[in-house]
Ligand binder design. Structure first.
Ligand code: ATP
Ligand code: MG
Length: 561
């Protein structure tokens, strides 16, 4: 685990913005935008784009708009809109009054389209979608002009107006930009910019039955908002000439520029919204916010903090080269953040009872336990030490392996913040062989914090809870959802699901202080990892904890439970 403070890595987007501002190229302004389609929940890949767009605006004193690209009337839902708004806020970013919808610009898009028609730069085509595809040509062959390409603009304008008024069926006509059917860039071979779609839009209702295509609407939305740097992912690089064509051939108030960066890919993680939807719909996970999902609501429920995600986005940097980031980088950012911020608590995840025979029956004594080992200002709390304790099953071996320094018959360990004990015997279930009870004696002179207590040297140091002061809890040990580093590259990701991605420990015992924990609060369970109170299933008195991350990168060594 690395605790080094990250130094912000500079990157080409930061450099080009700094240069543009220094040279006064954008009137000294910086305006970026994050433009999600409201057709799914945001995932960790979107976080990269959010941190970049909002981050640059913050750094350079600019603004970042949040704009819903809601040009597809049939795939969108207000459930997604609500979640996106909440998630961007949760990540720590603020769009101020700059919340927009591409659908706000439908009228602009329409007027500019009429202008293009009148200037002879767009035409209404009667070819079907299949014909348009067939006539488009290939990378090696030029396309063919549509027979309708040179119809008089008056005729196109008339048809376009009638398209708007609802006279025609879906697909009967389409408005195409008149660019170049032999361009080596297929996106410039007279792309469709308007299509007929008799569908109710979640914001504009039935006002429209024609909708602008993404490339066209997106460029015009940026222009309308006077965006200076339209930052998107590399798959749009080939669309940039069309983006430029749109803003150069319409009387927009501003001509923005598009810049592309490599999208985030993470090992052991699916990132496509379509596949994430399949995971949810087919029941491989319990929902969009399942703690194993790479969605931001899932990561949040798992125990990820906005700080950890922002740190991750800073650490991975921004470049133009496609790469696959190891998910351990993300996990490490969470450890880095939680190591600082998470209070320490004690939980015995798989308890076995231990009796200290020479400790007086009915006696107990308070042991002071620090809330954070490096932060004395966080204070201490008291744990009651007594004759009957819970310890974790994995801290005991009846026949200790070489190098095992914890509890075993005849061996001595320190019970953290309390005494050194020695194991004097144990009992097993005759059927299963499982250890059911451990017998021990303690050494009264060894109490932690008293003079000379560490003269009694032992190698092992284990955690414990008094039976009379422990409370049952459910603990879920989440792990990676896929057992293959590149599930997105597989023919069928379903075959790569990790069957041990969730392990439930139904008998865990936790200290009293954890009963009052609020939904979403995260703690380090000493020696175990970081755990978050589940915001859906945890109830007062019967807490449910999700393991956010282990203390160290132990993937492969301790998969699942
Ligand atoms: P998906 O491929 O998951 O369906 P998308 O690109 O269709 O995602 P949008 O809602 O259009 O999803 O994305 C909004 C913004 O987030 C876009 O600017 C897009 O480039 C960016 N984005 C999406 N996925 C990633 C990613 N993996 N890494 C970086 N940025 C991303
Ligand atoms: Mg998209």
């Amino acid at each position: 685990m690395s605790n080094a403070t990250p130094t912000p890595v500079t990157h080409f987007i930061r450099n080009l913005i700094a240069d543009d501002l220094a040279q006064g190229r954008t009137q000294g302004r910086l305006a970026t935008r994050f433009p999600p389609e409201p057709n799914g929940y945001l995932h960790i890949g979107h976080a990269k784009s959010i941190c970049l767009n909002f981050g640059m605006a913050q750094e350079f004193g600019g603004v970042c708009h949040l704009r819903f690209d809601d040009t597809n009337p049939t795939k969108e839902d207000t459930e997604y809109v609500e979640s996106i708004l909440e998630t961007v806020r949760w990540l720590g970013f603020d769009w101020g009054q700059h919340l927009y919808y591409a659908s706000d610009y439908f009228e602009h898009c329409y007027r500019y389209a009429e202008g293009l028609i009148q200037a002879g730069k767009a035409y209404v085509d009667a070819l079907s979608a299949e014909e348009i595809r067939a006539w488009r040509g290939t990378l090696t062959e030029p396309g063919k002009n549509s027979p309708w390409r040179d119809r008089p603009w008056e005729e196109s304008l008339d048809l376009f107006r009638r398209m708007r008024s609802g006279e025609f069926a879906d697909g009967q006509y389409v408005l195409r930009a008149k660019i170049d059917m032999s361009s080596p860039n297929l996106n410039l071979r007279d792309p469709a910019i308007y299509r007929i779609r008799h569908a109710t839009h979640w914001r504009t209702g039935n006002t429209w039955c024609i909708y602008p295509m993404y490339d066209y609407a997106h460029a015009l939305s940026d222009a309308q908002e006077r965006i200076t740097h339209s930052i998107c992912t590399l798959e749009f690089e080939d669309h940039r000439p069309l983006y430029d064509w749109v803003v150069q051939n319409t009387p927009v108030p501003w001509q923005p520029h598009q810049y592309e960066f490599a999208r985030l890919n993470l090992t052991y993680t699916l990132m496509s919204k379509r596949k994430l939807l399949e995971l949810v719909q087919e029941g491989h996970v319990t929902g969009w916010d399942d703690p194993r999902m790479p969605t931001l609501v899932g990561l949040r429920r798992r125990g990820y903090s906005p700080q950890a995600i922002r740190l991750f986005c800073e650490r991975i940097g921004v470049s133009k080269a496609d790469s696959l980031i190891d998910v351990s980088v993300l996990e490490d950012c969470l450890r880095h953040d939680l190591n600082e911020r998470a209070p320490r608590r004690i939980a015995v995840l798989d308890p076995v009872r231990l009796i200290i025979h020479n400790y007086p029956q009915g006696n107990s004594e308070a042991c002071a336990v620090p809330n954070h080992p490096q932060k004395p200002e966080w204070g201490t709390r008291e744990l009651s030490f007594s004759r009957e304790l819970w310890i974790d099953r994995e801290d005991f071996m009846s026949a200790p392996a070489k190098g095992f320094f914890r509890l075993a018959p005849g061996a001595q360990v320190r019970l953290r913040y309390a005494y050194v004990i020695e194991c004097t015997g144990f009992e097993q279930d005759p059927q299963t062989g499982a250890v059911t009870l451990i017998h021990a004696q303690y050494f009264p002179q060894t109490r932690s914090g008293t003079p000379g207590s560490d003269a009694h040297k032992v190698k092992g140091n284990i955690h414990w809870l008094s039976v009379h002061q422990a409370h049952p809890a459910t603990v879920r040990l989440y792990d990676r959802l896929f057992k293959d580093p590149n599930p997105g590259g597989a023919e069928d990701w379903r075959t790569l699901l990790n069957p041990d991605s969730i392990g439930v420990l139904p008998h865990a015992q936790v200290e009293t202080a954890l009963l009052a924990a609020a939904h979403g609060e995260t703690f380090q369970f000493e020696r175990q990892g970081y755990f978050t109170v589940d915001r859906r299933d945890s109830l007062p008195g019967t807490p449910v904890f999700n393991r956010a991350v282990t203390l160290r990168d132990s993937w492969g060594k301790r998969v699942g439970a």
